[in-house]
Design a protein around this ligand. Structure first.
Ligand SMILES: C[S@@+](CC[C@H](N)C(=O)[O-])C[C@H]1O[C@@H](n2cnc3c(N)ncnc32)[C@H](O)[C@@H]1O
Length: 212
């Protein structure tokens, strides 16, 4: 069978950061899988949609079923190669049946927003997981790029870095929320302030020693 599961990134939200290649695949799809927000944004009346919710068995069954009839396009936020459903798809389907179409990751856009190269940064995710403590520990010149979630948010992570990972209270953190949306918010402050401020839940945190 030559039909493919096409995993297309949709960028962090706003349509400026989805690649034309991904958009083309999404527009051409007959079978379209994605979160409710992605389906609202991209699904057309002639497409057969399947919503991704917490229960991943439903979209997996849909993909298995529809793959016998044609290609299935799966939309994921940001870039597929960076913390997405791609892991689970690779555990379930042979890699040869998967094609990945990249878009811009929230992590990429966050670093771009403060004009800071990310080639030397330590990139970690707190989204539904906790990174190893050693990877978070302070060292001179270290830059952390962190994905968050509701539980591991700007305040709890700032507190963890201060109390357990050796970061100074005057270390700098940029809190990037709602990237690429009209209400995008990018705030640079100290770790000490972030630990005491109202938590920002889903965001990217960029932490470093000094403002740069
Ligand atoms: C499961 S990860 C998905 C990452 C995605 N594959 C990517 O490349 O951006 C979800 C996390 O990405 C971050 N994120 C996604 N979209 C964002 C946005 N528009 N603004 C800020 N952070 C965002 C948040 O930390 C969120 O909890």
């Amino acid at each position: 069978m030559n039909n493919k599961i096409i995993v297309a990134g949709i960028g962090p939200g706003g349509e400026d950061y989805i690649t034309p290649a991904a958009l083309k695949k999404i527009r051409a799809a007959k079978f379209l899988v994605g979160g409710r927000r992605a389906l609202e944004q991209f699904a057309a009346a002639n497409q057969i949609p399947c919503a991704v919710t917490r229960d991943l068995d439903t979209p997996i069954d849909f993909i298995r079923d529809k793959l016998t009839l044609g290609n299935v396009v799966v939309m994921v936020s940001g870039d597929p190669g960076y913390y997405s459903l791609l892991d689970r798809l690779r555990q379930t389907f042979p890699p040869e049946s998967i094609e990945v179409v990249p878009s811009i990751s929230a992590m990429q856009l966050a670093f771009a927003k403060i004009a800071l190269p990310w080639h030397d940064a330590t990139l970690l995710s707190f989204h539904g997981r906790e990174p190893a403590r050693a990877a978070l520990e302070y060292s001179a010149g270290k830059i952390l790029g962190l994905l968050t979630d509701a539980e591991h948010n700007s305040a709890t992570i700032a507190r963890l870095l201060l109390d357990k990972c050796g970061w100074d209270k005057n270390s700098v953190v940029t809190i990037c929320a709602r990237l690429s949306y009209a209400d995008e918010s990018i705030v640079t402050t100290t770790l000490d302030d972030a630990a005491q401020a109202e938590p920002v839940k889903h965001c990217v945190l960029i932490v470093r020693e000094v403002r740069s």
